[in-house]
Design a protein around this ligand. Sequence first.
Ligand code: AP5
Ligand code: ZN
Length: 218
Amino acid sequence: MRLILLGAPGAGKGTQATFICQKYGIPQISTGDMLRAAVKAGTPLGLAAKQVMDAGGLVSDDIIIGLVKDRIAQPDCANGFLFDGFPRTIPQAEALREAGIKLDVVLEIDVPFEAIIERMSGRRVHPASGRTYHILYNPPKVPGKDDVTGEDLIQRDDDKEETVRKRLEVYATQTRPLVDYYRRWAEQDPTNAPRYRRISGLGTVEEITRRVFEALES
Ligand code: AP5
Ligand code: ZN
């Protein structure tokens, strides 16, 4: 299975990616997690990316495309992979298409912007694994600690309300056009294009997971 999870910041891509990757035995490729790892490691890429991410902007297409191409060449991607937060611009989608990487599904998780700010303000993450919680909607077993390792959870630097608003604006202008891009392609060339599926991301995490699997298996 090769798929793209599409959706606004805070739509629940990372949360649902965990379940999908477990079920299909595929790696989660989150460009956001990869960039945060580079920031933490203090690499030149990380230093440059941090400023852009903290401002709610997008890292340049060339950098992202290079990162993703290297990642999918790794042996664990041979049986498929899940893209979370990539592609995020039309040029990124075109690069994927030009590289001849065939995809099975594009799954859009749709959540209205009003619901997103609340989700982001309560989000807590385990930086090493990318595991994501919410203080009210998806709480860890022990407050402030990761369920698997018991290590501390943190708040992401870009989850400040002002930055979230900027990220939503960037999503609306730069990423949402991908909805039409993949929908049209699926209509025009169903043999080569990935199937397009869209679900509502409103409801409990378990409800969304059910919708995700229904959509992926239809
Ligand atoms: P990235 O890490 O990809 O962030 P994002 O797309 O903005 O998405 P999020 O991770 O914020 O949200 P999510 O959909 O994964 O939601 P989650 O499951 O965590 O990117 C960060 C930055 O990196 C970008 O701004 C950009 O600068 C850069 N970048 C990354 N990729 C790039 C690219 N391809 N090109 C250029 N730049 C790039 O859920 C959110 C919260 O809601 C959690 O607390 C969760 O517990 C909770 N929640 C989940 N489901 C539910 C539910 N059903 N009900 C209630 N709460 C829920
Ligand atoms: Zn995420």
